[in-house]
Design a binder for this molecule. Structure first.
Ligand code: CA
Length: 182
């Protein structure tokens, strides 16, 4: 094996994993359901269809690539056996944890202060001039089925303090299914 092959097969994936926070206490699992399309490829879902998105714990925003429209409804499901972590604390999506007395001294700094630490949050973001960068927000622990109130792209992240994503690791796969609006 020449040096270039060693770089491509060993060093390059290792550097990539370091960059995306997959080398900490929690790993980034392979796609658990390869038959389901990625949301970036789907772009928009017809009713009854699904796509998958990989959400990285150390990223403040994980754009799904999926565009949603006002009046549509989506069910968000965490694929089975998914864990990720905040330092050494293990979390199981879609919900997070209450936190101990010490950590809760900082709970008002959480991005969504009413949501549990590390609950999965979904935002619908829209940068069009007409909507002036407005967004809508859902705590998926409490509301895994969302009814879209404004058009935009779905993005996901674990609920944490903005400056404290550096010690998060792992990723979780979420399935987004377009369902009938009630
Ligand atoms: Ca953290």
């Amino acid at each position: 094996m020449n040096f270039l092959k060693i770089i491509l097969r060993v060093i390059y994936p290792l550097v990539l994993s370091l960059l995306v926070g997959c080398s900490g206490n929690y790993v980034c699992p392979e796609n658990p359901e390869p038959t389901i399309q990625h949301c970036k490829e789907a772009h928009h879902l017809p009713e009854g269809s699904s796509c998958l998105v990989n959400v990285f714990a150390d990223q403040q925003e994980n754009p799904s690539g999926l565009m949603v429209k006002e009046g549509e409804a989506y069910q968000i499901i965490a694929m089975p056996h998914q864990t990720w972590g905040d330092s050494k604390t293990e979390h199981h999506p879609l919900c997070g944890k209450e936190g101990n007395t010490f950590i809760n001294m900082f709970s008002s700094f959480k991005r969504v202060d009413k949501a549990l630490w590390f609950s999965v949050i979904a935002n619908v973001v829209n940068d069009s001039a007409a909507l002036e960068g407005r967004y809508s927000q859902y705590d998926l622990c409490n509301t895994p089925k969302i009814e879209v109130s404004m058009p935009g792209q779905l993005i996901f992240y674990p609920n944490d303090v903005n400056a404290m994503y550096w010690n998060n690791s792992g990723s979780v796969w979420l399935k987004i299914q377009r369902v009938k609006n009630q």
